[in-house]
Design a protein around this ligand. Structure first.
Ligand SMILES: NC(=O)c1ccc[n+]([C@@H]2O[C@H](COP(=O)([O-])OP(=O)(O)OC[C@H]3O[C@@H](n4cnc5c(N)ncnc54)[C@H](O)[C@@H]3O)[C@@H](O)[C@H]2O)c1
Length: 258
């Protein structure tokens, strides 16, 4: 694991789940983290909990910044605030993403727009605004998108969500053109089924995913966090435009005919 001392991080949708775990690990390793979530009480509580649980002298600061990560004006304010508060921006993690289940026939223009606005528009402009600051700072940086295995394989009921996740992976490759001359890496993580507070409540989740995942269990938030920290650390400074699938082998095999 790498030391993130004095690095400034902005991460969206981090009040719970994967984002929370990444934010906490970064604070533990010395980063100053601006933790965003749409749910204001959740964001404030998450930042407070992280600060309370990370009390070593090496730990960084965690500050909540509640707001809508699909709103470009808000994203700009959040990043400006991070730079003013901590002096720079080094890492931007577009973690917030939503799923609304429905097939092609039941998808409404409203649900389509909502998913695209957060998953694609919010991630795109977080990357743009973060990189504008990194360009001025002149010391590089890292951008990380949160994709999904369904950006690689079709999944029932997720036509819009899977389209946005595949789009994020292409965006990472595309941004290599503009970001590489600035020393900014841009990558994606594609988690498979991951146990979070949201999925822990479903009694069928662990048995089903344990049966169909080659490694015999769904991912934990720590599995995803370890991959995320690698992709925003100096250890991966020559890795860019990539998507790292963290799924216990699920996308590597087809469904057997039984
Ligand atoms: N959990 C999984 O199994 C899994 C698998 C593959 C990919 N992912 C992706 O990983 C990311 C995190 O997933 P998760 O399951 O940990 O998160 P989650 O669905 O539990 O949501 C995390 C947080 O995002 C916040 N949020 C929702 N809309 C927001 C908005 N407009 N602005 C700011 N915050 C908002 C919610 O309030 C919530 O606290 C998402 O992009 C998701 O698509 C998750």
């Amino acid at each position: 694991m790498t030391d993130f001392a004095r690095q400034t991080v902005v991460i969206t949708g981090a009040g719970t789940g994967i984002g929370f775990a990444i934010a906490k690990a970064l604070v533990q390793q010395g980063a100053n983290v601006v933790l965003n979530d749409y749910d204001q009480p959740l964001a404030l509580d998450a930042a407070r909990r992280i600060q309370q649980e990370c009390q070593s002298p090496e730990a960084g600061i965690c500050e909540a910044c509640p707001g809508d990560a699909s709103d470009v004006a808000f994203i700009r304010q959040m990043i400006d605030r991070a730079v003013t508060r901590f002096g720079s921006l080094d890492i931007a993690i577009a973690n917030a993403g939503i799923t609304i289940f429905g097939d092609i026939f039941t998808t409404t223009p409203e649900s389509f727009q909502k998913i695209v606005d957060l998953n694609l528009r919010g991630s795109f402009f977080l990357a743009q605004i973060a990189a504008q600051h990194m360009r001025v700072q002149g010391k590089g940086g890292s951008v990380l998108f949160m994709s999904s295995v369904v950006g690689h394989l079709g999944h029932p009921g997720l036509p819009v969500y899977s389209m946005t996740k595949a789009g994020l992976e292409m965006l990472a490759r595309q941004l290599v053109i503009d970001f590489s001359p600035l020393g900014i890496t841009v990558n994606a993580i594609a988690p498979g089924a991951t146990l979070t507070e949201r999925t822990l409540d479903d009694p069928t989740y662990i048995p089903i995913w344990s049966r169909i995942t080659p490694m015999g269990r769904p991912a934990t938030v720590d599995d995803i966090t370890h991959a995320a920290l690698f992709l925003v650390s100096p250890a991966s400074r020559h890795v860019t435009g990539q998507s790292l699938i963290v799924d216990g082998g699920w996308t590597s095999v087809g469904v057997p005919p039984v």
